[in-house]
Design a protein around this ligand. Structure first.
Ligand code: PLP
Length: 256
């Protein structure tokens, strides 16, 4: 297909209720005026309250989807979301190594807000050891960063230390999302830290206290990939993506 918009790919799970996963990613790509493509890693069963199950794709079916897309489409940016098994994680890493698939923005999705495990333990290990070294940037929240580093993150100093520790896993850039930070309460700020090869940018936004906004991690990483695909540098891509997610959260608060 010929079209003029930058083509962006999500490799992620399908949330049929549309709050998170591939549908949220595609919505975001379109909002950022990009052309959306998607490779499904899992079909989940969920609604606005909870995830009740999932059927995973195989490594071969994920590879077949990606290979077919990149064969005749120039994909300028990629993001990954739910990568449920070790085999799928390893296959995505291999695709980056062996094909022209561009290094992805990795959202290291561990579990849903409602507590359903979206990724097995050995998949998380493969993500850490095999996928991060070939990724462009990883976007953990606090629990995900704690799992990647093995230490507790209670304040912004810990976030800086964690970003450096994650870079030492072999990835150049880390965005740690401070939304879950324990000492944030009362500060009125949402603090995220981008460490790009040692250049650190601290993003401070108003903390908007609203429950029940789903898929914000998916949307943020999809927005970063879209902005990168449009040619922005990483710092500006994160800034644009954060602005977009903050507006979604603000809007959600208005309609509660
Ligand atoms: N379902 C899928 C397929 C996802 O990819 C994700 C997050 O990445 C979730 C559910 C979790 O979304 P939430 O944190 O809004 O529960």
């Amino acid at each position: 297909m010929t079209q003029n918009k930058p083509t962006v790919l999500t490799i992620a799970g399908l949330d049929p209720s549309g709050g998170a996963g591939v549908i949220a990613d595609i919505r975001t790509f379109i909002e950022f005026d990009c052309f959306p493509t998607a490779a499904l890693t899992a079909l989940t069963f969920q609604n606005t309250q909870a995830v009740s199950g999932a059927v995973n794709q195989s490594a071969a079916t994920v590879r077949a989807q990606v290979e077919a897309i990149i064969k005749d489409t120039h994909v300028v940016a990629v993001k990954t979301g739910m990568l449920p098994t070790r085999e799928i994680v390893a296959e995505v890493a291999r695709l980056v190594h062996e094909t022209k698939l561009t290094p992805p923005v990795v959202d290291p999705v561990m579990s849903s807000t409602s507590g359903f495990e979206l990724m097995s333990d050995d998949a998380f290990l493969a993500l850490k050891n095999e996928l991060l070294p070939v990724a462009l940037v990883v976007t953990p929240n606090i629990p995900e960063a704690e799992r990647l580093t093995g230490f507790r993150i209670d304040n912004t100093a810990d976030m800086h230390r964690a970003a450096q520790a994650i870079r030492e896993l072999g990835i150049n850039a880390v965005l740690i999302k401070g939304g879950h930070l324990k000492d944030r309460k009362g500060s009125g700020e949402a603090i995220d830290i981008l460490d790009n090869d040692g250049d650190v940018t601290v993003f401070r936004d108003e903390w908007i206290n609203v429950a029940g906004v789903r898929g914000t991690g998916c949307i943020l990483s999809a927005a970063i990939a879209s902005s990168l695909g449009k040619g922005l540098i990483l710092e500006d891509s994160v800034r644009e993506a954060k602005r977009y997610v903050t507006e979604i959260i603000r809007h959600a608060k208005e309609i509660v």
